[in-house]
Ligand binder design. Sequence first.
Ligand code: MF3
Ligand code: CO
Ligand code: CO
Length: 269
Amino acid sequence: MDESTGRLTKDGIRIHEAADFSGMHEAGRLSAQILDRIAPLVTVGQTTKELDRLITGWVEEAGATSATIGYRGYQHASCISVNHVVCHGIPGDKRLKDGDILNIDVTVIVDGWYGDTSRMYVAGKLGRKAERLMQVTHDALMVGIEAVRPGATFGDIGHAIQTFVEGRRMSVVRDFCGHGLGRVFHAPPNVLHYGRPGTGPRLEEGMFFTIEPMVNLGRPETKVLADDWTAVTRDKSLSAQYEHSVGVTAQGADIFTLSPAGLFHPTYA
Ligand code: MF3
Ligand code: CO
Ligand code: CO
């Protein structure tokens, strides 16, 4: 059954109705709550598989559905990307070590709406370079969100992120991007985290999409490992990522995945 509402732009981007924002807020809140709840459990010696097992249980307990289990053959409720893993890290048996930084990315479906968010965590003592990388990546996401308003272009968002990151001598990953979402997981447009002002589709009220910049301390190039999922930096440099799901309103961005506990960044007290 096609339950889609609103209309499509010439670029195939769905313009949602006012009532659809509440569905996105429900889904976004659950995904953010799960990322809040996992925070105290990210500790030295913990396995990423155990973190994913807990997340899987919390999605079920909420009566929601994981968007990632069964998605293109992926089998887990989260992606957990440690250190030089850029994204799509598969939860496994390796134990977290002191100083490891990791992104946990959760997407849930609530009443048909998708909530997609990720943030950075640390096991044990946070190193200076890792701290700086995480701060710049978080701030790059927020600079991108600040560029969201009707009439701006997706190139404006990418340009804001790119200039912010490169001005701090770090690099923006080109090989992965944000995406439209709503009643689907990955919809048009591709939300690039680099670009030129005034290029790309124009933002309109009612568009829903993610912004999820990946930032490397070294070069931007990535490669995907033989498991067909895990993306790593080619130069083995540290990588970080933050992701929010947002909707465009007359005022700017409505962030669906705000942390109820105020633990989006930093995730530790
Ligand atoms: N949540 C990821 C994103 O931000 C997608 C993960 S797909 C998976 O778009 F299959 F790897 F889980
Ligand atoms: Co996403
Ligand atoms: Co995600």
